[in-house]
Ligand binder design. Sequence first.
Ligand code: ADP
Ligand code: MG
Length: 256
Amino acid sequence: MTSSTNIIEVKNLTKNYERKIALSSLSFSIKKGELVAIIGPSGAGKTTLLNTFATIIKPDDGFLTIAGTPSEKLTNRKALAKKIGLIRQQFDLVGQLPVIHNVLAGRLADWGLFKSLLSLIFPQEKQAAQKALERVGLADKIKDQTAKLSGGEQQRVALARLLLQKPEIILADEPVASLDPARAEDILSMLTKLVKEENQTLITSLHSVDYARKYFTRIMAIKDGQIFFDLPVDEVSDELLSDLYLLKERSDNAES
Ligand code: ADP
Ligand code: MG
């Protein structure tokens, strides 16, 4: 019936906020290993879509299957952490704690309460954390207070945390929006490299079309809660992109 290579399947997915349609009956699938960039104007529905994948938002209608499981059945925190890892603009790190604890937080869903508490005093699985930090180029920062790192370094700590979590799918909502261009490129190239090495699937919303084109295999453009185009990266033309970001008053004028 459904292809086993489809890690995400979406059918007629709909989400409304009062009178606003945030997602308008979307249907598509994503294959394991794809690097999908979701682009589109502000308010298009990108965050709503990613939060639905993360099971943070419950759709009003339609079906969503994540790695073979219907999303409404993904209620177990541990099972969810095996399937979905999140990375956000604001990093979600505990600033007061040393870097190692934030990296080890990637294992919390798997650890019982005792091991989690013990780890605050005697970090458990320290070698795994050290190795992950080496992979993101922060080997020498393991004991540093997380809040003292730069924005780019903190986002790398978040990447190291994902390396310990090892989810099948990584969802990133504007992961580089708060970074300057050089650091944004640094994080995106590192994120996409690690995702390929780990055989994961990546779905990221992005403001920058240039980054989407440079680092991703597929671009899904959303506008007004609908799919405007969904294409392999080399089929995305400049014309499609300018239509996507066309200001509303121009289409309004065309009607009048
Ligand atoms: P994007 O991430 O593409 O900027 P969002 O998914 O955040 O878009 O928002 C899609 C639409 O849904 C927007 O019109 C937004 O105003 C609306 N919206 C998002 N979250 C809420 C909410 N909690 N309550 C009401 N409206 C919302
Ligand atoms: Mg958003």
